[in-house]
Design a protein around this ligand. Structure first.
Ligand SMILES: Nc1ncnc2c1ncn2[C@@H]1O[C@H](COP(=O)(O)OP(=O)(O)OP(=O)(O)O)[C@@H](O)[C@H]1O
Ligand SMILES: [Mg+2]
Length: 355
């Protein structure tokens, strides 16, 4: 399914994704606030745009604003505007995003990073449609539909006292949770094909010759922590590196930093041990982040194992001996994992055990 949209088409046909889109269409015409929750790169901004363009406000402004981009003071003045002289340096009055969005939609991205004080101010706009510009006592009345996005669990933040419960209640008239790409496997190749064709077109090529079975397998096996954005980058990079339209994408390089000359993490020079008082903690390998609880322990462990195996295979360009070494496993152990995750039956074994 390809839904033409303003500004970008939304591509996807996995049941869980279609169910989310269905909710979007249903809630779009209402002027109620909606929260869009999902991992980075999952498509929250596209969903926000769809909510706006499917509403009666579609011809009015659609203003996007990222709350994590600025410190509290600047954020306040960007959102609510200020009068001349409100701060040192504020020589002219400024119209804030709320006023710019009047009659339309304001999409607040990374909502979770907003300070509690600004949340309070936001609460009042949501509740009464009014606020004051910074430095002014004149109340502004506005009609704005609010959309918010977050890639963290807002109820958990609220329980921890970092997000106002009352604001959350008011913003969450409905909540659209965008499923991560790894949970909509059938969309991976569909999106990959579209992105590849788009890139080929951008390069002025007549067509895109396709992915090899190996490349398709790699795309499907990866768990896409950066979701659709990551997929898009990976695919577009693979396509632009081809020499001609006739070539197919043989292999997928998932990590653009992969290189035999990759720099190692900085180590402290041995000659100058830092004094005990300011000693930095030893640099440990980054621990994988713990997903939200409750979780399915075996499933999480499997996902992580699969990821390790896949990244070793990628790094070793599918040379299994090398991949095993990279993981500190015997060849035997490694083959066991390949069998466990059925990475063998799809033909990974044909790929360069030699060399
Ligand atoms: N279903 C989809 N169909 C087509 N393109 C998509 C889809 N989902 C995401 N994209 C593309 O992937 C990229 C990331 O999407 P978007 O910016 O909406 O994600 P996000 O959830 O807002 O990410 P972040 O949390 O990092 O802000 C964009 O280039 C977007 O066009
Ligand atoms: Mg976004």
């Amino acid at each position: 399914m390809l839904l033409r949209d303003n500004p970008d088409p939304i591509i996807g046909q996995a049941d869980n994704f279609l169910a989310a889109l269905e909710r979007v269409s249903r809630v779009a015409p209402l002027s109620k606030p909606v929260l869009i929750i999902g991992e980075r790169g999952a498509g929250k901004e596209l969903i926000a745009a769809r909510l706006h363009f499917l509403s009666e406000r579609w011809q009015r402004p659609f203003i996007k604003f990222n709350c994590a981009a600025l410190n509290e003071e600047l954020l306040e003045s960007e959102l609510f505007g200020h009068v001349a002289g409100a701060y040192t340096g504020a020589t002219r009055p400024r119209v804030g995003r709320f006023e710019l969005a009047h009659g339309g939609t304001l999409f607040l991205d990374e909502l979770a990073s907003m300070s509690l004080r600004l949340q309070e101010k936001l609460l009042r706009v949501v509740e009464y449609g009014e606020f004051e510009r910074v430095g002014s006592s004149e109340t502004q009345k506005i009609d704005v539909r609010l959309l918010g996005a977050a890639n963290v669990d807002l109820p958990a933040l609220a329980r921890a006292g970092k997000f106002r419960e009352d604001l959350l209640d008011r913003l969450s008239f409905d909540v659209i949770t965008v499923p991560p790409l790894r949970e909509r496997e059938e969309d991976i190749l569909l999106l990959a094909q579209k992105f590849a064709e788009g890139m080929a077109q951008e390069l002025g090529r007549e067509y895109f010759a396709g992915f090899s079975p190996t490349a398709e397998r790699q795309l499907k096996a990866h768990d896409w922590p950066g979701n659709v954005r990551e997929l898009r980058n990976v695919v577009e990079r693979a396509v632009y590196r081809l020499d001609s339209a006739r070539q197919v994408v043989e292999q997928i390089e998932l990590d653009p930093f992969a290189s035999p000359y990759r720099l190692l993490p900085a180590v402290r020079p041995a000659a100058e041990p830092p004094s005990a008082a300011i000693a930095a903690p030893p640099v440990l390998p980054a621990a994988p982040s713990v997903p939200g609880l409750p979780l399915d322990f075996s499933r999480e462990v499997e996902t992580f194992e699969r990821r390790l195996v896949q990244s070793a295979l990628d790094e070793a360009r599918f040379n299994q001996k090398k991949a095993a070494e990279l993981l500190g496993l015997t060849y035997h152990q490694f083959r066991g994992l390949l069998r466990k995750y059925r990475l063998l039956e799809t033909g990974a074994e044909n790929l360069g055990e030699a060399s």
